[in-house]
Design a protein around this ligand. Structure first.
Ligand code: AP5
Length: 224
C-alpha cells in the first residue's frame, strides 16, 4: 500500500502518517524529517549545500526539486518499502510528482487534508517534537504524558526552528501556489487507473481524522 498525504503545514500529515505507519507496519517517510536530518550531519562533513538547505527550511521556502527527489527516490527504493510506505510532504511540486511517475513508482492512495489557515497557527505554535523518532505532540491538543518529554523514550522534546509565524506564512504561500497542480495531476491519474483519491477534513480531533482515514484505506485496500 503506497500512500501520499498532502496538506498545508499543521494539517496533521505527520501525526496521521505516524499512526497509519504503526497500524499497517509500513515505513513513514517524512520529506521534512529527511531534509532536517540531511542538514544535521557532523560539522566536519557539512558543506554549502547543507547550510543552504537549512536556511531554506528555516525560512519556509521549498528546497530544490533535485535534492528532494534524489533523497526521496533513494528512500522509497529501500527494502523496507517493499510492502508500501506513507509519504508525508512529498510531492510538493509538479516536477516532484512527475519524478515518481518517471521512476514507475505507482501510488495507491492520495489523501488530501484540508484545514483553515486560521487553525494552522494554533497547531504549529503548540507543536513539540521528538527529534530522533519524529513523533509529534501538541501542548494543548495532543500533550505528552509528562510535559516536554517523549512518551516512549523519556527524552526531551524540542520545538522546530521553522515553527514561527513568518516561516509558517511562507510555507502556506508555497503550499497554496503548488497544490492545485498536484491535485489536478493525481485526479487525472485517478480517472485512468486505480489510484484512490480522497479529501479529508483535518479540522477535527486527531482520532476522528484517523478513523476516517482508516476507513478509507480499509475499504479500498483490496479494490484494485
Ligand atoms: P515539513 O516538515 O513537511 O513541514 P510542513 O509541510 O510545513 O508540515 P508540518 O510538519 O508543519 O505539519 P503536519 O501537517 O505534518 O502537521 P503535524 O502532524 O505535525 O517540511 C518542512 C520544510 O522542509 C518545508 O517548509 C520545506 O522547506 C522542506 N520540505 C519538505 N518537503 C519538501 C519537498 N517535498 N520539497 C521541497 N521542500 C520540502 O501537526 C501539527 C501540530 O498539530 C502538532 O503539534 C500535532 O500534535 C497537532 N495536531 C495534528 N493533528 C491535529 C488535530 N486533528 N487536531 C488538533 N491538533 C492536531
Amino acid at each position: 500500500m503506497r500512500v501520499i498525504l498532502l496538506g498545508p503545514p499543521g494539517s496533521g500529515k505527520g501525526t496521521q502518517a505516524y499512526l497509519v505507519s504503526t497500524k499497517y507496519n509500513i515505513p513513514n517517510i517524512s520529506a521534512g524529517e529527511i531534509l532536517r536530518r540531511f542538514c544535521t550531519k557532523k560539522k566536519s562533513v557539512l558543506n554549502k549545500i547543507h547550510y543552504n538547505t537549512k536556511n531554506i527550511i528555516d525560512s519556509g521556502n521549498l528546497v530544490s526539486d533535485k535534492l528532494v527527489i534524489e533523497l526521496i527516490i533513494e528512500r522509497v527504493n529501500q527494502y523496507d518499502c517493499i510492502n508500501g510506505f506513507i509519504l508525508d510532504g512529498f510531492p510538493r511540486t509538479i516536477v516532484q510528482a512527475q519524478s515518481m511517475q518517471e521512476q514507475n513508482i505507482t501510488i495507491d492512495f492520495v489523501i488530501n487534508f484540508y484545514i483553515s489557515d486560521s487553525a494552522i497557527i494554533d497547531r504549529i505554535m503548540g507543536r513539540q517534537i521528538h527529534l530522533k523518532s519524529g513523533r509529534t505532540y501538541h501542548v494543548k491538543f495532543n500533550p505528552p504524558k509528562r510535559y516536554g518529554v517523549d512518551d516512549i523514550t523519556g527524552e526531551l522534546l524540542t520545538v522546530r526552528k521553522d515553527d514561527n509565524t513568518e516561516s509558517v506564512k511562507q510555507r502556506l504561500a508555497q503550499y497554496h501556489s503548488h497544490t492545485k497542480s498536484i491535485l489536478d495531476f493525481y485526479y487525472k491519474i485517478s480517472q485512468k487507473r486505480s489510484l484512490h483519491y480522497f479529501t479529508i477534513n483535518g479540522d477535527r480531533p486527531i482520532i476522528k481524522v484517523y478513523n476516517e482515514l482508516l476507513d478509507i484505506l480499509n475499504k479500498n485496500i483490496l479494490i484494485k
